[in-house]
Write a protein that binds this ligand. Structure first.
Ligand SMILES: [Cu+2]
Length: 467
């Protein structure tokens, strides 16, 4: 037991009322181990600290338990998470405590090539870097406010002392511009969580002040994943030609993002054939739930933000609905090579900067109208009569010019044709061999005969297909 005590814990003894109180925290740990033969962290995870009958336990022990294990180490205690298009927040250990520093500030952010906006984020990023730690770690997070207005940070889903919850006005004063606050608590659970501003929420969150908080289990029940990806879903209103998200928007969002990137700005997930893959998805959009669909695989939904789902209750799915304020974690083995789309299944959420204030052109026959219009407006072209698929490809080919600081309503060039999805679309790239683990391997090269293509006359005749 002594070996696992951190310096920090020793320091914190001074806060306790005496040896009896210290003893009780040790007993607490041992009891938990003895009770079910598993480990303390599972009790901690559910928040059901086995305190019944512990007369010597102080209130401070209960609301702010001290760490009984050394800080978790990447590689040894967990497989570090990959946040596509983002990074994990660096930390250092001071007296057994993991120390982080978040700086809330204005950030010039690119959503996809061609579209930049002045957002609010942390440490030069939108969203903020992923905070990554291990169950049982004690974390100390400094938050410096370089925004023009006051702010605070809430640790969404975390079990912690009330005064560390970050709700400005309710559990703490606001963090004024140029002030730095200290948050400190012991992580009593594992799973996928978030952090976000909890002051002037509608404005600040709409501008990007959110991030992910991943806590790895101290002793995982299941095998560790080989690839562990984390995504935060967001939605924005950025009118064409403007350069700041409009936080007043209530319903008509026109940009939907994975880690604040819209396709084709999304960095793909890369995995080796046979890898155990975990994908964590968190949603702090303002108004929408997102059913995220992965092609080519069935996966198990293994965690909610309430912790691991017992194996007997895990469902096999092909889409997972992530409601606002929730996180969901899915696990599967990447046993099918290829480029597999992962996207929100709400079709308007795979659009970029789409307006809805135009007439329905489906089936309209312009006839000589285009030629007449071109006399007044050179280059005029009626669009949308057979759908909107051509919009992006017209821009790509130079037939249409995108307005300044905007991206096509849909997609980007794929290996075969123009991909008519933007927004909440990314790609899982599974390969037999990877030259570089962290590099996009390019488009998948399909084995001969495995790509859908125009049917030949012989094939049609052979199978009796006419018309
Ligand atoms: Cu969606």
């Amino acid at each position: 037991m002594k070996k696992t005590m951190s310096t920090c814990q020793i320091d914190r003894r001074t806060f306790l009322t005496g040896a009896a109180a210290l003893g009780s925290s040790v007993v607490l740990h041992r009891r938990a181990e003895a009770a079910d033969g598993v480990s303390t962290h599972q009790h901690l995870q559910t928040g059901t600290l086995p305190v019944t009958g512990e007369r010597n336990l102080t209130l401070l022990d209960r609301i702010d338990p001290k760490p009984t294990l050394p800080p978790g180490e990447p590689g040894k205690d967990y497989t570090p998470v990959i946040t596509p298009n983002n990074v994990s927040l660096p930390w250092k250990i001071v007296d057994g405590v993991k120390v982080y520093h978040l700086i809330a500030e204005e950030v010039a952010h690119e959503f996809a090539p061609g579209l930049k906006a002045q957002c609010w984020g942390y440490n030069g990023r939108v969203h903020g870097p992923t905070i990554e730690a291990v169950e049982g770690d004690r974390v100390r997070i400094y938050v410096t406010n370089r925004l023009p207005g006051s702010t605070s940070v809430h640790w969404h889903g975390l079990l912690l002392p009330n005064g560390m919850d970050g709700v400005a006005g309710l559990t703490q004063p606001v963090i004024k511009p140029s002030e730095t606050f200290r948050y400190e608590f012991t992580l009593r659970q594992h799973g996928t969580f978030m952090y976000h501003s909890h002051h002037d929420e509608m404005i600040q969150m709409a501008l990007g002040t959110t991030g992910m908080f991943v806590i790895h289990p101290r002793k995982p029940k299941a095998e560790r994943p080989d690839r562990d990806f984390a995504f935060m879903l967001s939605e924005w209103r950025i009118d064409v030609g403007t350069s700041r998200p409009n936080p007043n928007e209530m319903t008509n969002f026109n940009l939907f993002t994975f880690n604040a990137k819209a396709f084709p700005g999304t960095q793909p997930m890369v995995a080796r054939l046979g890898d155990r893959v975990r994908i964590r998805i968190a949603n702090v959009t303002a108004m929408n739930h997102h059913p995220i669909h992965l092609h080519g695989y069935q996966f198990r939904v293994t965690e909610t933000d309430g912790g691991q789902i017992p194996a007997s209750a895990q469902q096999w799915e092909t889409s997972v609905l992530v409601a606002i304020g929730q996180s969901r974690t899915i696990d599967f083995v990447a046993d099918e090579p290829g480029d597999w789309a992962m996207h929100c299944h709400m079709t308007h959420h795979v659009m970029n900067q789409m307006g809805d204030k135009f007439p329905n052109m489906i089936g309209v026959k312009p006839g000589a109208g285009d030629t007449q219009m071109q006399q007044l407006l050179p280059g005029y072209m009626t669009m949308g009569t057979d759908g909107m698929a051509e919009h992006g490809s017209h821009i790509e080919s130079g037939h249409l010019k995108a307005p300044p600081n905007s991206i096509p309503m849909r997609g980007g060039l794929g290996p075969f044709d123009y991909i008519t999805m933007g927004g909440l679309l990314t790609v899982l790239k599974v390969r037999e061999r990877l030259e570089r683990e962290d590099r996009d391997p390019g488009w998948y090269r399909h084995p001969k005969g495995t790509v859908a293509s125009v049917a030949s006359r012989d094939e049609l005749r052979r199978d009796g297909i006419t018309g």
